[in-house]
Design a protein around this ligand. Structure first.
Ligand code: MOS
Length: 763
């Protein structure tokens, strides 16, 4: 990722061409469909989530939210709330102890994690409707919630920027997008477009979305002198700890954040939202541990979601379908308390060969909850526009939509002109098309029908970059032949704990049950945010390096010991297997870890490693690719749309665990179907209020909405990544909304360029 391109002096620990991971070919434990190791704990209720820790003398906090979108708090009357039964304290900007400003999330800092610059309860300033403006702490949750409802607030309201449409005229071009140049330009696209015989040029729009993880955002904070312990449902425990240390002027080592289990995040827990600092502040004020669990409405009010977008895609092609111009531009919205231009133009940088290319993005600011990462931020909405446009162009040309993509598969990265580290785009398309039975699809729209149901089939390209971030890990071998792997990593249901245990077992040559992976605790070596689908490879590399360090140390010790069968063996001459180190040329010659540690008279040996920046992503264009195929049925009379079949086919490097991988792909596709058909955050532009802050009115797909989903993968290792793997958490949602829109066009002849495609748009 280019945010690291300015790093010149860092320790280079991973050399892209030299360090092909030998384990990318091993298939003893890695690559097996192992059941989730934490599955039994979760289904029996034994797993403790953030809100489950029964701390001594725990008290409860509840928030009051602003009801205006912009202005200042003129008067706040908490007297009734304070008198309410069981209330310990009501914290407002009038009496709140001062905190330092929240350090806004920045990938290059590695640890700054605040989702918003709004220093809530340290300011009378209102940035959005729903902003937290007071915290009530009481000895019961009901008592806190009731008292919060008694707070009386008056505002000096100011005119707010609430209309995306109206704000567009003041849109600005951000200096960069996630560290990459905002603008990419090659050739004169407008001229090529004007002269082209085959072209499409349309505007696509996507609404606001909210994440809605099952586990509500929750924090429990306990102070002990200047030591702070926080349980937080987070995708980034290290970032939360360091950000709290900054805000409360504490030494980093005095803040410990734990997240042993996280009940879903999807990016909504990737940064630190205001309730976290408020819970910590509340615990400080009352001198007792405080638990703050947001209500579902509280999540909608205070935790941001996906930005709305308006995107133009214009494509031109010659009669063979080769692209001659590709334009992808548009606008997204951020707030006045953060700065995040969602990278919708990223897919077009890497997907198709084109003679001329123009990509840029604009950003407007609105008085809304700060927008944030939501599963494949950028790529999910960007592929809706781009892949809808590719479908439209296919009809213009009279070329099959799959064939059109295959004809534009580039030899090198279209924007950066670098080599691909690993790209099997065509193979992914061919596999998906075959599994779906695409060759039987009639080209003509409105040509398939089942009674009153119009049937259509559509396809869209999936794309997500392959990122790696610096990470640290420790490996410890115990005298009894067991091992512990440690990294502060987070497991929010993806299978992290399972896959990292598989990796360590393979790397150390131990059976799975001898390995314990410890994570979700900032007392452990530093892991990055579980975001950008980076975590698996980032931690895998740190574990790989720690294991290598340990093995080298053990061999060094063997060298000095005439009795060791490994005496004189070089690192490259041994391999870890059968519970120890054995010579590659004489597999019976070697020592188990139990024998080595007994010879060394040690209870345990350990090594730690911290990886450097991802030089490989600067050298190569690194991404994952896929094709989403779906069949939908649209009721001709009512416009009701049902998805009846889905096949996803993915090129995501080597698959480490087919079972957890398919689950990730399937989850992404389900979220993509929600994005295409039912999900939308309704924002009242008169008040800035979200008017459907509940799961009753924000329709996430449920079982009845989802058909059997088939997910296939190529399983071809990327020679330039640890284990040959890519992260797979986000690619599943990409391309889905376009596949649905394209299938709807095929079924009905109606082209809908605005998500979600609800039935009113089809009548
Ligand atoms: Mo992903 S939205 O970067 O967790």
């Amino acid at each position: 990722m280019s945010i690291f391109s300015k790093v010149t002096q860092a320790v280079v620990q991973f050399v892209p061409d030299r360090d092909r991971d030998q384990l990318s070919e091993e298939h003893r434990i890695v690559g097996k469909p192992i059941d989730r190791l934490d599955g039994p704990q979760k289904v029996t209720g034994a797993a403790s989530f953030t809100a489950d820790f029964p701390l001594e003398a725990l008290v409860y906090a509840s928030l009051a939210f602003s009801t205006v979108a912009k202005g200042k708090i003129r008067k706040i009357d908490a007297s009734e709330a304070e008198k309410s039964s069981g209330v310990l304290s009501v914290i407002t900007h009038k009496n709140a102890p001062k905190m330092k400003d929240p350090p806004l999330f920045s990938p290059s800092s590695g640890t700054d994690a605040a989702a918003s610059t709004a220093n809530v309860v340290n300011t009378d300033e209102i940035y959005w409707n729903g902003q937290a403006i007071a915290v009530v702490i009481a000895d019961t949750l009901d008592g806190a919630e009731h008292a919060a409802s008694l707070i009386k607030i008056e505002y000096d309201e100011e005119p707010a920027a609430l209309s995306f449409e109206a704000a567009k005229s003041q849109a600005e071009t951000p200096k960069n997008i996630m560290g990459e140049d905002t603008e990419v330009e090659r050739g004169d696209t407008e001229k090529v477009l004007a002269q082209a015989k085959y072209k499409v040029d349309h505007v696509y729009s996507t609404p606001r979305f909210n994440h809605n993880a099952i586990e509500l955002h929750a924090t429990t904070a306990a102070w002990n002198g200047d030591q702070l312990t926080v349980y937080d449902t987070s995708q980034f425990v290290r970032g939360v700890a360091d950000s709290l240390a900054k805000m409360f002027s504490l030494k980093k080592e005095n803040v410990r954040v734990l997240a042993p289990f996280v009940g879903g995040g999807f990016g909504g827990k990737g940064s630190m939202w205001g309730h976290v600092q408020l819970c910590v502040l509340a615990a400080k004020v009352v001198g007792k541990p405080v638990k703050l669990v947001l209500t579902r409405e509280g999540v909608f009010r205070t935790v941001g979601g996906r930005t709305p977008s308006e995107q133009r895609v214009a494509l031109a092609a010659d009669e063979t379908g080769k692209l001659t111009a590709l334009i992808h531009t548009g606008t997204t919205a951020s707030s006045f308390a953060n700065d995040f231009a969602e990278q919708f133009s990223f897919p077009a940088r890497h997907l198709y060969a084109t003679e001329s290319l123009y990509l840029t993005q604009k950003l407007v600011r609105l008085n809304t909850t700060p927008n944030t990462f939501m599963r494949a931020p950028g790529e999910s909405i960007g592929t809706f526009a781009l892949e809808s446009a590719m479908d439209e162009l296919a009809y213009e040309l009279g070329i099959d939509p799959v064939e059109l993509r295959l004809r534009n598969d580039p030899d090198q990265d279209p924007a950066k002109h670098t080599e691909f580290s690993s790209r099997h785009f065509k193979e992914a398309y061919r596999l998906g098309a075959e599994k779906f039975g695409w060759q039987n699809r009639p080209a003509q729209p409105r040509s398939m029908r089942d009674g009153k149901w119009l049937v259509g089939q559509g396809v869209g390209t999936a794309f997500y970059p392959a990122y790696r971030f610096p990470a640290a890990a420790r490996v410890r071998l115990n005298a009894d032949g067991t091992a512990v792997i440690q990294s502060s990593a987070q497991e929010m249901g993806m299978g992290t704990a399972t896959v990292q245990t598989q990796h360590a077992a393979e790397r150390l040559g131990l059976p799975l049950e001898k390995i314990r992976f410890e994570y979700g605790d900032t007392n452990l070596p530093q892991a990055p945010v579980a975001g950008g689908s980076n975590q698996t490879v980032s931690i895998a590399l740190a574990v790989q390096q720690a294991c290598e360090k340990l093995h080298r140390e053990l061999l060094k010790s063997a060298k000095q010991d005439q009795n060791s069968p490994l005496s004189g063996s070089h690192f490259d001459e041994v391999r870890a297997c059968d519970g120890g180190l054995f010579r590659r040329d004489k597999p019976e010659t070697g020592e188990t870890y139990v024998e080595i540690l007994s010879r060394l008279k040690q209870d345990f040996v350990e090594a730690e490693s911290e990886t450097g920046p991802p030089l490989e992503t600067m050298k190569y264009s690194m991404g994952s690719y896929g094709a989403q195929f779906c069949e939908i049925r649209v009721n001709e009379q009512t416009g009701e749309t049902r998805v009846s079949r889905w096949v996803g086919s993915f090129d995501t490097g080597r698959i480490l665990n087919p079972k957890t991988a398919v689950s990730q792909f399937r989850g992404g596709i389900i979220m993509g179907i929600g994005m295409a058909l039912t999900e939308e955050t309704f924002f009242d532009e008169r008040t800035g209020r979200i008017v459907n802050p509940s799961l009753a009115e924000y329709h996430l797909p449920v079982n009845a909405d989802i058909p059997k989903i088939e997910a296939y993968f190529l399983d071809i290792p990327d020679p330039h990544t640890p284990l040959g793997a890519h992260g797979i958490g986000e690619i599943g949602i990409t391309g889905c909304a376009a596949a649905v829109a394209n299938a709807i066009y095929h079924a009905t002849g109606k082209r809908i360029r605005e998500l979600p495609i609800t039935l009113d748009k089809l009548l």
